[in-house]
Structure formats: structure tokens, C-alpha cells
Design a protein around this ligand. Sequence first.
Ligand code: SF4
Ligand code: SF4
Length: 226
Amino acid sequence: MTIEEIYQAFDQIGCLTFATIDGDYPETRIAHLFAWDEEGLYFRTMTVKPFYKQLKETGKISICGMSASPYVRIGEDGLPNFEPGYTIKATGDVKEISFVELQKKASKKPIFRLGVKDTIKYPDTVTFCIYRFKGDYYNYDYDCCSRDHKIIRRHFNFGNFPDRFKGLKINVDLCTKCGKCEEICQSINFKAVYQTKNSYAIDTGKCDVCGSCSKACPVNAIESYC
Ligand code: SF4
Ligand code: SF4
């Protein structure tokens, strides 16, 4: 995903959860992104807030949001049911942007003008840029109304943020090719397991990391990377 696509996916949700670290514990609040450019994603806070102090102390942030209805409906089968939609999250590093810098950006890109206006109205306002981050876009259609599998997942990385694989992989040295993982994944409509020339593999773009395949594998060949 491009930085613009990532911004738009967050912006269509609007209000997002912003998490920082306060001592030993995470702390969250609701805020929103207001701009993007080739240097990152932008949001505002005020210097008197704990949010600001935590950002300055740690330089770290994690944000996430969910489109569509956040309500969990219980279906006729007694299980939770969600309208189709998506979630998106990003974790990364932040830096403060000076008002002069913000004004310069606004002179080139109108999307930044809101930040300038708000800072003039509330002078304690400061702008931060999430300048490198990793994240995931997770599009769900659990009833398969628009496609034949439940989810589409995309991982993104901006600014070379330190990253590593998280999810499930099949250890081909242990796999006996019994096919049980593919069978169960097909039966619950994720359809993420596929056959390769010598074994089976998991398409991380479709995998929900639900764990059903690893429970079903008779030889524990499906390994979890957390
Ligand atoms: S974890 Fe779930 S979705 Fe992913 S491959 Fe296994 S059964 Fe399919
Ligand atoms: S269930 Fe386990 S052994 Fe069977 S095909 Fe899948 S990974 Fe291989």
C-alpha cells in the first residue's frame, strides 16, 4: 500500500485509537490523523496533555481503527456476526513538527491547512509525524458476500521500520502432506492453505491466524511466529 492509500484507509474511519506507553503500561485515547505526505502521517495534540509527554519520552505510537459498524451481533447460530468492513493498524516512531515547518507544508499541500488553523485557534497545539512504521490492513467479509474467502490481509512498511514476520508457517520438513490443514481452512472459508509441489503453504494474505489448522495438524508442523 502507498502512504496515500494507508492514510485514506485511516481517514475513512476518522476517529482512531492512539496508544502510547506511560511507564510500564499502555495508555490509549481517541484522536485522528489529519494529513499525509511523503514523510509520513500527521496528527496533533497539546503540550499540556499526558499524550504529549508520553510521545516525547518514548517517541513511539501505535494506532488502529475499524470501519463499518463496531457492534457485535449474535447470529441465529449463537455466534458473533460482523458486517463486512476493515480494520487497520500501524506502529512506529514519531517526531514533533514545528509550527514553521507545518506552515511550509501547508503552503505546498492544502491538507495541512487544517493543522495550521487549529494551532492558531489553540496555541498549545503541536503536530507530530509518524515518520516510519509497520502495519496491517485487514479486510473482512465473514459471510463471503463479495468473494469466496473471508479476509484479505495486507502488511505494509513505511520508512524501513524494523519488522519481522508474524503469523503461521508450515514446516515442510515435518509436514507429512496429509492435507488436514487445507481441509479445515477450506471448511471455514478462509481458504488460505494451498498445495505446493512438495508440501502445503499458507497464504498470509488470506490467513486469519485462527489456529484451526495448527490444532488439526497431527505432527505439529504448523509453527507460530508471534
Ligand atoms: S490459521 Fe486459520 S485461516 Fe490461517 S491457515 Fe490456519 S485455518 Fe486457515
Ligand atoms: S496438517 Fe500438518 S502434516 Fe498435514 S498437510 Fe497440513 S501441515 Fe502437513
